[in-house]
Design a protein around this ligand. Structure first.
Ligand code: HEC
Ligand code: HEC
Length: 166
């Protein structure tokens, strides 16, 4: 089965589980930059391979540099999993994530204090505001989704950096 078909099936299941919520959208971002509502998807092949074994490879632009450094500095203790990598691979991934982080090039992040080091995209202020506690709780209790961290279960274009629903 192709990936596209698989995710289309998955989305149909999600749509059924969340009837009412409009989650269908274009499967791909308009361009590599992600366009409007889009977030630049992972372009580094090592990251694509190594960071998608257990969940989708999250776009680097969704967390600040200090978060990626903290995550990449403690991979043996990664949300209850051991995601350790050999040093050259680990370093390549960290360098890519940091170079493409939300605050790379001096950009600032809204609603985040300088001393906060979030380890989850799903705990950022904009994220919880956008999704709401009810949806987050429903994602967790739905066995077909498992957790709000499973972006691609609801956002069909997530792996291409596309999260908007219309
Ligand atoms: C061995 C499995 C495994 C691998 C490999 C792995 N992760 Fe994870 N990761 C997890 C688990 C489990 C969670 C928690 C998911 C949840 O709460 O549903 C997680 C969560 C995350 C989160 C937070 C998601 C959120 O809720 O916002 C980030 C960021 C993350 N991983 C980055 C990475 C990066 C970067 C890599 C590659 C270096 C990686 N992961 C490789 C298992 C893994
Ligand atoms: C249970 C389903 C579900 C999951 C899982 C989920 N989302 Fe969402 N997400 C939504 C819904 C519903 C909206 C609101 C759509 C709207 O009103 O435009 C949304 C909105 C968004 C938006 C704003 C899009 C816009 O209109 O600008 C972003 C960005 C986003 N999600 C990213 C993520 C990321 C990253 C993850 C994984 C860490 C994730 N979502 C997981 C359902 C989900």
């Amino acid at each position: 089965m192709t990936t596209t078909l698989k995710s289309a099936l998955k989305l149909a299941l999600v749509a059924a589980a969340f009837s009412g919520a409009a989650l269908l959208g274009p499967a791909f971002a308009d361009d590599d930059e992600g366009g409007e509502g889009g977030i630049r998807a992972v372009t580094n092949e090592t990251v694509k391979t190594e960071c998608s074994a257990c969940h989708m490879a999250y776009p680097p632009g969704l967390l600040p540099q200090r978060s990626w450094q903290a995550l990449m500095g403690d991979l043996s203790n990664h949300f209850g999993e051991d995601a350790s990598l050999d040093e050259p691979v680990r370093k390549e991934i960290e360098d890519y994530l940091v170079a493409n982080a939300a605050d790379a090039g001096g950009r600032s992040i809204r609603g985040l204090k300088a001393d906060q080091i979030p380890l989850r995209i799903s705990e950022l202020p904009w994220f919880t505001r956008e999704h709401g506690s009810k949806l987050i709780a429903r994602a967790k209790s739905n066995p077909k989704i498992g957790s709000i961290s499973n972006c691609a279960a609801c956002h069909r274009g997530a792996e291409q950096g596309y999260f908007e629903d219309d």
